[in-house]
Write a protein that binds this ligand. Sequence first.
Ligand SMILES: N[C@@H](CCC(=O)N[C@@H](CS)C(=O)NCC(=O)O)C(=O)O
Length: 219
Amino acid sequence: MATLYATSYSSNARKAVALAHQLGLRPPQLEIVDVNVYAGEGQSPDYLEVNPFGRVPALVDGELMLWESNALLIYLSEAYGDDRYWSRDAKQRADIARWLFWESAHFQPTLTEVIGQHAGHIMVPALVDPPKGPCDWDARGLTPLLKHLETRLAERPYLAGAEPTLADFSVIAMTIYFERLDFPFARYPSLGGWYRRVHALDGWRHTNGQPWRVELAEP
Ligand SMILES: N[C@@H](CCC(=O)N[C@@H](CS)C(=O)NCC(=O)O)C(=O)O
């Protein structure tokens, strides 16, 4: 039996919860344990044994203790998914891997800078001060990333081709805040179409239902 540590407030954790559900992983094969890192639960000595950085998600599977959400996606797909949503073809796999690295190194850090306080304040207002103004969706640094997504997704329905892959499960994660933060979907129609397609996948729909639904506080 494997254990996935997650919380619905975490976009990174929801990647792994969504993929696990999409792959058909259910208890007792995979138990999901809620660790509310925003209430300090990530800092408990027991949890720090699992992830020394006290963050979610993390996975324990026998001897393996794994953290970093995109590494979890690869592992779940290889260990339990027969490489579904990943690939056995070297070129296709490289393309998917490129998106995982890009998400972690560029897309997520840039978005965190631009919308982190807005999203944080909506989710955990007790911990995060209100932002000074609305999100700047034209912030320098973010626009080229969004434009590239738009161009890519005008050419194909999913990031790495005709079918959903780990690339989509990864890059979609930070977009869970987009609707609430008035993302200008009209300016990015292909990105918007992809957003709706990925959110309609069984795994992502699952993260929008209890107990994984993020209960957003009213602003
Ligand atoms: N690069 C890591 C980031 C993990 C991460 O920062 N998780 C956040 C939630 S999205 C967290 O646990 N934050 C709690 C904290 O910083 O103490 C990953 O992709 O798994």
